[in-house]
Ligand binder design. Sequence first.
Ligand code: IPE
Ligand code: IPE
Ligand code: MG
Length: 237
Amino acid sequence: MKELPQKLPVHLGIIMDGNGRWAKKRGLPRSAGHAAGAQNFRKITRYCSQIGIRYLTVYAFSTENWTRPQEEVSALMRLFRQYLEEALRDFRDDDIVVRFLGDVSAFSAPLRELITETQELSANRSGMVLNIAMNYGGRAELTHAFQVLARRVQEGSLRPEDITEERISSALYTAGQPDPDLIIRPSGEHRTSNFLLWQSAYAEYVIMDILWPDFRPADLDAALREYANRSRRFGGI
Ligand code: IPE
Ligand code: IPE
Ligand code: MG
């Protein structure tokens, strides 16, 4: 087994994509792909926490995913409930802090309760921070942040010239967290699909031709090695 590199990303983002194609290849309904993807989310999350990733953000459901057929959206909502219940148990053993990025008010009352419970029960842990991006879109997040800041200007507690990059960052769902260093997109698509638009200004992207349910810890190791070999210049030389 190859060793993990010394230079690990502090904040890792994963776009969990390819569930539908995984199911199609097997002649299964798309919901079976989402179930397999959800299992893998559990496995890869625990692996990230074990190897010392400090922040992991997974993209689980975008603001645009509501446009999918009703049947698929319902299957995803059922899976979220099931997996959050399981996550409540196994992420406790791993000391994982669970946070949600996105507008969770759009979800059903039982799912919202689980989200609140998951966040509250894990808030005082000290291990890896897991951000689950659900009903998340980078543009929606920025729009929300600008509304918050505009309200403060209107109230007179903030001057327009005091709207800095730091204040915008602090008005995002990821407030207080470092920007992602590495974003992995399995399934081979070369696009952001509205993921962490502001925060990923200098993130390294690794696109992999593996569908998310097939993505193994060894694939993550390979992406981490690729990341460790990149030269990050942040506009400098
Ligand atoms: C990712 O897999 C899961 C969600 C977007 C909810 P997809 O469902 O997008 O799978 P593909 O891209 O169609 O294969
Ligand atoms: C991005 O995948 C969203 C998630 C993985 C949750 P999509 O499958 O929705 O993205 P597009 O439609 O291929 O851009
Ligand atoms: Mg997709």
